[in-house]
Ligand binder design. Structure first.
Ligand code: ATP
Length: 296
């Protein structure tokens, strides 16, 4: 048996940290959505072992991979005796602030649920995913949402209005733990207006979305990596409507309405930044690459 799942990249329209909790995590408020940039996760049923392979040498190819951990945890939680060979066709840049690993884990949960005919609902998969990482529940649904708590408490929102998203990733990665480690909540100068962003998304108000883009981690990562600040300036200078760093970075994304402007932006950034993509805003979960489980 074989199943294939798409694992979309996420972007933050807002990211706010309210306070540091006694458990060491920050209490967060984030408006998150997805873009049309995917990893593809192919899952082949095996007798009982879990094995993993990826097209990218930048991710671990063993039990440290978040997709492997997702399959192992799902087996443990359900007592399923079957195994899986996981193949990850990696397209989302790694350690980029785009939740690539979390999305691979979530897609593995969705796919193994189908492959092994476990019959779990998304909420059950999201609860299992929360044990792997804070962004995994969001990625299980891959639907625009307000995320609170560590990111695992989700309230669904409509997809943002259709537009183009230009993603630019500097050559280095960023460790999410490092960035949160350097964040001082009492020193945050400007908190995003989360409620106004939610309203703008609900009203399909593109100008409002541009106005209320905000991420408290942006200055922290920019202080560690000056090139991220320069990248944002360049994108604004080259005609983006709005620009924000996603998650803990270092990927910076620009929103534009017309495809021609997205293309111009991509061309202007070539030579300045290694990985640049122009993709559509998504905001809702696309059907799997293959809807039906089919026999190999
Ligand atoms: P987030 O936005 O959730 O913080 P990110 O986009 O910044 O995530 P990832 O691409 O998910 O970062 O990678 C973070 C780390 O996780 C990397 O150091 C990578 O080695 C490890 N990792 C484990 N499994 C995967 C995977 N399937 N894809 C990407 N990275 C993975």
């Amino acid at each position: 048996m074989f199943v294939s799942e798409k694992a979309p990249a996420k972007i933050n329209l807002t990211l706010d940290a309210l306070f540091k909790r006694p458990d060491g995590y920050h209490e967060l408020e984030m408006v998150m959505t997805t873009v049309d940039l995917f990893d593809r996760i192919d899952l082949y049923e095996t007798e009982k072992a879990i094995t993993l392979e990826s097209s990218s040498g930048l991710v671990p190819q063993d039990e440290r991979n978040l997709a492997y951990r997702a399959a192992a945890l799902l087996k443990e939680k359900t007592g399923c005796k079957k195994g899986v060979h996981i193949y990850i066709d990696k397209r989302i840049p790694v350690a980029a602030g785009l939740a690539g690993g979390s999305s691979d884990a979530a897609a593995t949960l969705r796919g193994c649920n189908r492959l092994w005919k476990l019959g779990l609902c998304d909420a059950e998969l999201a609860a299992i995913g929360a044990e792997i990482g804070s962004d995994v529940p969001f990625c299980v649904y891959s639907h625009t949402a307000l995320a609170q708590g560590r990111g695992e408490i989700l309230t669904a929102l409509p997809a943002p209005p259709s537009c183009w998203v230009v993603l630019a990733k500097p050559s280095h990665g960023v460790s999410t733990a490092d960035v949160f480690g350097k964040l001082r909540v009492d020193a945050i100068e400007e908190h995003p207006e989360t409620r106004s962003m939610i309203e703008a998304v609900k009203q399909q108000d593109y100008e409002g979305i541009i106005r209320y883009l905000g991420n408290v981690l942006e200055p922290v990562t920019m202080d560690m990596h000056e090139d991220v600040r320069k990248l944002k300036q360049k994108m604004l200078q080259f005609g983006a409507d709005g620009v924000l760093m996603s998650g803990s970075g270092p990927t910076v994304f620009a929103l534009v309405k017309q495809e021609s402007r997205a293309t111009r932006l991509v061309n202007s950034l070539r030579g300045f930044c290694q990985q640049v993509f122009a993709v559509r805003m998504l905001g809702v979960r696309r059907e799997s690459v293959l809807d039906e489980i089919r026999t190999k």
